[in-house]
Ligand binder design. Structure first.
Ligand code: FES
Length: 234
Protein backbone atom coordinates (compact mmCIF):
# COMPACT_ATOMS: atom_id res chain seq x y z
CA UNK A 1 0.00 0.00 0.00
CA UNK A 2 1.18 3.50 -0.70
CA UNK A 3 1.10 6.45 -3.03
CA UNK A 4 2.97 7.16 -6.23
CA UNK A 5 3.14 10.53 -7.95
CA UNK A 6 2.57 10.03 -11.66
CA UNK A 7 2.98 13.06 -13.92
CA UNK A 8 2.36 15.30 -10.90
CA UNK A 9 -0.75 13.44 -9.74
CA UNK A 10 -0.92 11.32 -6.58
CA UNK A 11 -2.20 7.80 -7.20
CA UNK A 12 -2.79 5.29 -4.43
CA UNK A 13 -1.94 1.65 -4.83
CA UNK A 14 -2.71 -1.47 -2.82
CA UNK A 15 -1.47 -4.81 -4.11
CA UNK A 16 -0.62 -3.98 -7.74
CA UNK A 17 2.38 -6.02 -8.69
CA UNK A 18 4.07 -3.47 -10.93
CA UNK A 19 4.20 0.25 -11.70
CA UNK A 20 2.63 -0.25 -15.13
CA UNK A 21 -0.64 -1.48 -13.62
CA UNK A 22 -0.85 1.63 -11.43
CA UNK A 23 -0.15 3.92 -14.39
CA UNK A 24 -2.97 2.26 -16.29
CA UNK A 25 -5.24 2.45 -13.26
CA UNK A 26 -4.65 6.21 -13.37
CA UNK A 27 -6.04 6.23 -16.91
CA UNK A 28 -2.71 6.87 -18.64
CA UNK A 29 -2.25 5.10 -21.95
CA UNK A 30 1.26 3.70 -21.96
CA UNK A 31 2.41 1.59 -24.93
CA UNK A 32 3.41 -2.05 -24.44
CA UNK A 33 4.14 -4.97 -26.74
CA UNK A 34 5.28 -7.70 -24.38
CA UNK A 35 3.23 -7.21 -21.21
CA UNK A 36 0.12 -9.26 -20.46
CA UNK A 37 -1.31 -9.51 -16.96
CA UNK A 38 -2.09 -13.22 -17.56
CA UNK A 39 1.55 -14.03 -18.36
CA UNK A 40 4.83 -13.73 -16.50
CA UNK A 41 6.63 -10.42 -16.94
CA UNK A 42 9.30 -10.52 -19.62
CA UNK A 43 10.43 -6.89 -19.95
CA UNK A 44 11.60 -7.28 -23.54
CA UNK A 45 10.14 -4.42 -25.56
CA UNK A 46 11.01 -1.53 -23.16
CA UNK A 47 8.16 0.57 -24.54
CA UNK A 48 6.64 0.90 -21.08
CA UNK A 49 9.76 2.68 -19.83
CA UNK A 50 9.17 5.64 -17.51
CA UNK A 51 11.48 8.18 -15.86
CA UNK A 52 11.74 9.00 -12.18
CA UNK A 53 12.55 12.31 -10.48
CA UNK A 54 16.28 11.50 -10.56
CA UNK A 55 16.27 10.86 -14.31
CA UNK A 56 16.49 7.09 -13.91
CA UNK A 57 14.64 5.22 -16.65
CA UNK A 58 13.14 1.79 -16.10
CA UNK A 59 10.55 -0.57 -17.57
CA UNK A 60 7.39 0.04 -15.55
CA UNK A 61 6.13 -3.52 -16.13
CA UNK A 62 9.16 -4.94 -14.34
CA UNK A 63 9.31 -2.50 -11.41
CA UNK A 64 7.60 -3.07 -8.10
CA UNK A 65 5.79 0.00 -6.78
CA UNK A 66 7.27 1.76 -3.76
CA UNK A 67 5.54 4.29 -1.59
CA UNK A 68 6.67 7.84 -2.43
CA UNK A 69 7.89 7.12 -5.96
CA UNK A 70 7.76 10.06 -8.36
CA UNK A 71 7.55 9.13 -12.02
CA UNK A 72 6.91 10.70 -15.40
CA UNK A 73 5.40 8.75 -18.26
CA UNK A 74 5.70 11.03 -21.25
CA UNK A 75 8.79 13.27 -21.11
CA UNK A 76 10.58 14.41 -24.26
CA UNK A 77 13.33 11.87 -23.54
CA UNK A 78 10.79 9.05 -23.29
CA UNK A 79 9.03 10.06 -26.50
CA UNK A 80 12.33 9.94 -28.41
CA UNK A 81 13.26 6.67 -26.76
CA UNK A 82 9.97 4.99 -27.69
CA UNK A 83 10.16 6.25 -31.25
CA UNK A 84 13.68 4.81 -31.58
CA UNK A 85 12.55 1.43 -30.18
CA UNK A 86 9.77 1.23 -32.76
CA UNK A 87 12.19 2.20 -35.51
CA UNK A 88 14.61 -0.53 -34.41
CA UNK A 89 11.81 -3.11 -34.25
CA UNK A 90 10.70 -2.16 -37.75
CA UNK A 91 14.28 -2.34 -38.98
CA UNK A 92 14.49 -6.01 -38.05
CA UNK A 93 10.98 -6.77 -39.26
CA UNK A 94 9.67 -7.77 -42.65
CA UNK A 95 7.88 -4.64 -43.86
CA UNK A 96 5.38 -6.11 -46.30
CA UNK A 97 2.65 -4.30 -44.39
CA UNK A 98 0.40 -3.75 -47.37
CA UNK A 99 0.09 -7.48 -48.03
CA UNK A 100 0.29 -8.72 -44.42
CA UNK A 101 -2.79 -10.54 -43.12
CA UNK A 102 -2.46 -8.58 -39.88
CA UNK A 103 -2.41 -5.16 -41.54
CA UNK A 104 -4.83 -2.85 -39.73
CA UNK A 105 -4.77 -5.10 -36.66
CA UNK A 106 -1.02 -5.08 -35.95
CA UNK A 107 0.16 -3.50 -32.70
CA UNK A 108 3.55 -2.60 -34.17
CA UNK A 109 1.91 -0.84 -37.11
CA UNK A 110 -0.46 1.01 -34.75
CA UNK A 111 2.44 2.19 -32.60
CA UNK A 112 4.44 3.26 -35.65
CA UNK A 113 1.51 5.51 -36.62
CA UNK A 114 1.04 6.74 -33.06
CA UNK A 115 4.70 7.74 -32.71
CA UNK A 116 4.86 9.10 -36.24
CA UNK A 117 7.61 6.76 -37.39
CA UNK A 118 7.67 7.66 -41.07
CA UNK A 119 11.21 6.61 -41.84
CA UNK A 120 13.41 3.68 -40.81
CA UNK A 121 17.05 4.66 -40.93
CA UNK A 122 18.47 1.19 -40.35
CA UNK A 123 18.78 -1.72 -42.74
CA UNK A 124 17.17 -5.07 -42.08
CA UNK A 125 20.26 -7.17 -41.41
CA UNK A 126 18.33 -10.36 -40.77
CA UNK A 127 18.48 -13.29 -43.11
CA UNK A 128 15.08 -14.19 -44.55
CA UNK A 129 13.77 -17.34 -42.90
CA UNK A 130 11.22 -19.82 -44.26
CA UNK A 131 7.56 -19.76 -43.26
CA UNK A 132 6.25 -22.75 -41.36
CA UNK A 133 2.96 -23.74 -42.95
CA UNK A 134 3.03 -27.34 -41.71
CA UNK A 135 0.37 -26.84 -39.03
CA UNK A 136 -3.27 -27.34 -39.98
CA UNK A 137 -4.22 -24.27 -37.95
CA UNK A 138 -1.51 -21.60 -38.01
CA UNK A 139 1.20 -20.11 -40.19
CA UNK A 140 4.42 -18.92 -38.58
CA UNK A 141 6.39 -16.21 -40.33
CA UNK A 142 9.60 -15.69 -38.35
CA UNK A 143 10.45 -12.64 -40.48
CA UNK A 144 7.69 -10.74 -38.69
CA UNK A 145 8.65 -11.81 -35.17
CA UNK A 146 9.69 -9.00 -32.80
CA UNK A 147 10.88 -11.35 -30.02
CA UNK A 148 8.30 -10.18 -27.49
CA UNK A 149 8.09 -13.78 -26.26
CA UNK A 150 4.29 -13.70 -25.94
CA UNK A 151 3.84 -16.92 -27.96
CA UNK A 152 6.53 -18.69 -25.94
CA UNK A 153 4.94 -17.75 -22.62
CA UNK A 154 1.32 -18.35 -23.55
CA UNK A 155 2.16 -21.79 -24.96
CA UNK A 156 4.09 -22.75 -21.84
CA UNK A 157 2.29 -20.89 -19.05
CA UNK A 158 -1.36 -20.84 -20.09
CA UNK A 159 -1.61 -23.89 -22.31
CA UNK A 160 1.05 -26.04 -20.64
CA UNK A 161 2.37 -27.20 -24.01
CA UNK A 162 5.64 -25.32 -24.51
CA UNK A 163 6.57 -26.07 -28.10
CA UNK A 164 8.23 -22.68 -28.67
CA UNK A 165 11.37 -21.24 -27.14
CA UNK A 166 14.19 -18.80 -27.73
CA UNK A 167 17.39 -19.77 -29.51
CA UNK A 168 20.67 -17.88 -29.90
CA UNK A 169 21.58 -14.51 -28.42
CA UNK A 170 21.84 -10.86 -29.36
CA UNK A 171 21.02 -10.05 -32.97
CA UNK A 172 20.81 -13.77 -33.79
CA UNK A 173 18.08 -14.41 -31.22
CA UNK A 174 14.97 -16.07 -32.59
CA UNK A 175 11.84 -17.93 -31.52
CA UNK A 176 11.61 -21.47 -32.81
CA UNK A 177 10.48 -24.99 -32.05
CA UNK A 178 13.00 -27.48 -30.68
CA UNK A 179 15.51 -28.28 -33.45
CA UNK A 180 13.42 -26.05 -35.72
CA UNK A 181 10.99 -28.89 -36.34
CA UNK A 182 7.90 -28.03 -38.39
CA UNK A 183 5.05 -27.22 -36.02
CA UNK A 184 2.98 -30.15 -37.29
CA UNK A 185 5.61 -32.56 -35.92
CA UNK A 186 5.53 -31.06 -32.43
CA UNK A 187 3.02 -31.46 -29.60
CA UNK A 188 1.12 -28.32 -30.75
CA UNK A 189 -2.57 -28.72 -29.89
CA UNK A 190 -3.74 -26.13 -32.44
CA UNK A 191 -5.35 -23.95 -29.78
CA UNK A 192 -4.43 -20.71 -31.58
CA UNK A 193 -3.54 -18.87 -28.35
CA UNK A 194 -0.13 -17.92 -29.75
CA UNK A 195 -1.92 -16.11 -32.55
CA UNK A 196 -4.14 -14.27 -30.06
CA UNK A 197 -1.12 -12.98 -28.11
CA UNK A 198 1.14 -12.27 -31.10
CA UNK A 199 1.24 -8.49 -31.65
CA UNK A 200 2.30 -8.72 -35.32
CA UNK A 201 1.71 -11.00 -38.30
CA UNK A 202 4.36 -13.49 -37.15
CA UNK A 203 1.62 -15.99 -36.33
CA UNK A 204 -1.60 -16.03 -38.30
CA UNK A 205 -4.55 -18.36 -38.48
CA UNK A 206 -4.71 -20.31 -41.70
CA UNK A 207 -8.10 -18.94 -42.53
CA UNK A 208 -6.76 -15.38 -42.21
CA UNK A 209 -7.31 -14.29 -45.80
CA UNK A 210 -5.91 -17.62 -46.97
CA UNK A 211 -2.40 -16.71 -45.89
CA UNK A 212 -1.08 -20.14 -46.66
CA UNK A 213 -2.33 -20.24 -50.19
CA UNK A 214 -0.97 -16.79 -50.85
CA UNK A 215 2.39 -17.88 -49.50
CA UNK A 216 2.42 -21.04 -51.58
CA UNK A 217 1.59 -19.09 -54.70
CA UNK A 218 4.52 -16.72 -54.19
CA UNK A 219 7.64 -18.22 -55.80
CA UNK A 220 9.86 -15.91 -53.72
CA UNK A 221 8.66 -17.30 -50.41
CA UNK A 222 10.50 -20.33 -49.09
CA UNK A 223 8.38 -22.69 -47.03
CA UNK A 224 9.33 -25.65 -44.91
CA UNK A 225 8.18 -29.08 -45.99
CA UNK A 226 4.49 -29.55 -45.46
CA UNK A 227 3.97 -32.43 -43.10
CA UNK A 228 0.24 -32.45 -42.48
CA UNK A 229 -2.24 -31.58 -45.19
CA UNK A 230 -3.40 -27.99 -44.78
CA UNK A 231 -7.05 -27.53 -44.06
CA UNK A 232 -8.62 -24.73 -45.98
CA UNK A 233 -11.24 -23.01 -43.88
CA UNK A 234 -13.84 -21.07 -45.79
FE1 FES B 1 7.36 -3.47 -20.34
FE2 FES B 1 7.52 -4.62 -22.80
S1 FES B 1 5.78 -3.90 -21.73
S2 FES B 1 9.11 -4.08 -21.41
Amino acid sequence: MGTITIDGRKVEFTDEKNVLTIIRKAGIDIPTLCYHSELSTFGACRLCTVEDDRGRMFASCSEEPRDGMVIYTNTGKLKKYRKLIIELLLAAHCRDCTTCVKSGDCNLQTLAHRFNVTNVRFENYKEKRPLDISSPSIVRDPNKCILCGNCVRVCEELQGVGILGFANRGSDAMVMTAFERPIATTECVNCGQCRVFCPTGAISIKSDKDAVWDALADPNVRVVAQVAPAVRVA
